[in-house]
Design a protein around this ligand. Structure first.
Ligand code: NAD
Length: 350
C-alpha cells in the first residue's frame, strides 16, 4: 500500500482529495495547521467511507503541524518512518489563497506559500521522497482575452498570491534541472473548483471571509447578504459578464489521483498541467443555473469592474486529456446542486 502525505488535507480541495485517495486504496497522512479549515472535515470523510461500508480509520493519520516550522515537519516524516512506512508521494495543498489578503499581508503569504514549501521540499529530500504534486493556480497566466489558456501561454503574476505560486513553480523547475534527476514533480494550475461531495457531508467551509464567486452566490441564496454583485456587464463576452472555467471539486480530486499515479509509475519528469474543463461559463449563466437547479432566487446587481479583473479565463485542457487520459465529468448543474446541498445541510459549516 502506498503512503501519501497530504498537506492542507483538511481544507476544501484537500478533504475531497483525501476521500478519493482513501477510496482508491492509499494510506493517507495529513498535515494541517487548521488555519483555514476544521478538524471535523476529515471525520466527515471517514463517515462517507463508512456509509460505503469502508472502515478506514486506520488508514488516515492527522498531524497538527504548521509547514513554516521545519523542525515539526521533520518530526512528522520521522514519525512516519519509525512506523516502518515511507512517504511515497506528497500532495501539497497547504497555503494561503486570498488574492486580496495577499496584497495586504504579502510577507505572511511568502512565509506560508514559499518558505513553507521550501521546508517541505527540504524534508522530502532528507527522507528520500521523489514524488511531489503542487497546487498552483491559473492566476499565473498573463491576461489573454477570449482565448483558451494553454500551459505554453505567457506567464505573469500580477499580485503577491500569484507571485508565490509562480516562485514555487520556478523553484521546482530549478530542483528538477539540478544534477540528481530523480525528481518527479507536477504543478497543477487549477481554474475554478466549486461544488461539494454529493453526500453533502463535506464541502467548502473557509474560516476566512468568502470572496470567490460561488461561495458568494451561496451566501446570497442563504440570505446572508442582500444581493450578489456582478463586477461589470460590459466585458466582451456573450452576456457581458466575466467567463470562468468551473470544475467540480470531485473531478479535481480525481485529477490529483491520476497525476499522482502518473508520477509514481513514470520516470523522472516535471509536469505542468492545467486542471479545468475547457468550458467557459459566464457569471450570469452560473447564477441562473444555480437558481434553476435549486429552485431558489438569488438577487443580484451589476456594479463596476474591479481593478485587475479579467473577462475570460478558461483552460485549454488538452494536455490533461492527452497526458493522463482524464476528462472532467461533472456539469455546471452538478456543481450548483452539490454546492447548495452541502450548504443547506450545513448552514454553519462543519
Ligand atoms: P483551503 O484554505 O481550504 O485549504 C488550505 C489548507 O491549508 C487549509 O486546511 C489550511 O488550514 C491549511 N494551511 C494554511 N496554512 C497552513 C500552514 N502554515 N501550515 C499547515 N497548513 C496550513 O484552500 P483550498 O481551496 O483547498 O486550496 C488548496 C490549495 O490550492 C492552496 O494552495 C490554494 O492556493 C490552491 N488553489 C486553490 C484554488 C481555489 O479556488 N480553491 C484555486 C487555485 C489554487
Amino acid at each position: 500500500m502506498k503512503n501519501i502525505l497530504v498537506t492542507g488535507g483538511s481544507g476544501f480541495i484537500g478533504s475531497h482529495t483525501c476521500l478519493s485517495l482513501l477510496e482508491r486504496g492509499y494510506r493517507v497522512f495529513v498535515i494541517d495547521s487548521f488555519e483555514n479549515s476544521s478538524e471535523k472535515a476529515l471525520e466527515k470523510v471517514l463517515e462517507i467511507l463508512k456509509l460505503k461500508k469502508l472502515d478506514l480509520v486506520e488508514r488516515l493519520k492527522i498531524f497538527n503541524c504548521d509547514i513554516r516550522n521545519y523542525k515539526l515537519l521533520e518530526n512528522v516524516f520521522a514519525e512516519i518512518n519509525t512506523s516502518n512506512k515511507k512517504v511515497d508521494g506528497i500532495i501539497h495543498f497547504a497555503g494561503l489563497k486570498s488574492v486580496a489578503d495577499s496584497i495586504k499581508t504579502p510577507l505572511e503569504y511568502w512565509q506560508v506559500n514559499v518558505l513553507g514549501t521550501i521546508n517541505l521540499l527540504n524534508a522530502m529530500e532528507k527522507f528520500n521522497c521523489q514524488n511531489f504534486v503542487f497546487s498552483s493556480s491559473a492566476t499565473v497566466y498573463a491576461n489573454q482575452e477570449n482565448n483558451l489558456l494553454s500551459e505554453k501561454h505567457p506567464i505573469k503574476a500580477i499580485n503577491p498570491y500569484g507571485n508565490t505560486k509562480l516562485t514555487v513553480e520556478n523553484l521546482l523547475n530549478d530542483i528538477f534541472n539540478s544534477s540528481d534527476k530523480k525528481s518527479k514533480f507536477a504543478s497543477l494550475r487549477y481554474f475554478n473548483p466549486i461544488g461539494a461531495h454529493s453526500s453533502g457531508l463535506i464541502g467548502e467551509d473557509p474560516k476566512c471571509k468568502a470572496n470567490n464567486i460561488f461561495p458568494l452566490i451561496i451566501n446570497t441564496a442563504m440570505g446572508l447578504q442582500k444581493e450578489f454583485k456582478i463586477y461589470g456587464n460590459d466585458w466582451s463576452t456573450k452576456d457581458g459578464t466575466p467567463i470562468r472555467d468551473y470544475i467540480h471539486i470531485m473531478d479535481l480530486a480525481e485529477a490529483h489521483i491520476e497525476v499522482l499515479e502518473n508520477l509514481l509509475n513514470d520516470k523522472s519528469r516535471y509536469l505542468i498541467l492545467n486542471i479545468g474543463t475547457g468550458r467557459g461559463t459566464s457569471v450570469l449563466e452560473l447564477l441562473k443555473t444555480f437558481e434553476n437547479v435549486n429552485n431558489i432566487k438569488v438577487p443580484y446587481v451589476f456594479s463596476n469592474r474591479r481593478e485587475g479583473d479579467l473577462g475570460y479565463v478558461v483552460a485549454d485542457n488538452s494536455l490533461l486529456k492527452s497526458e493522463l487520459n482524464f476528462t472532467p465529468k461533472m456539469s455546471i448543474e452538478d456543481m450548483c446542486r452539490d454546492g447548495w446541498n452541502w450548504k443547506k445541510l450545513n448552514p454553519n459549516g462543519y
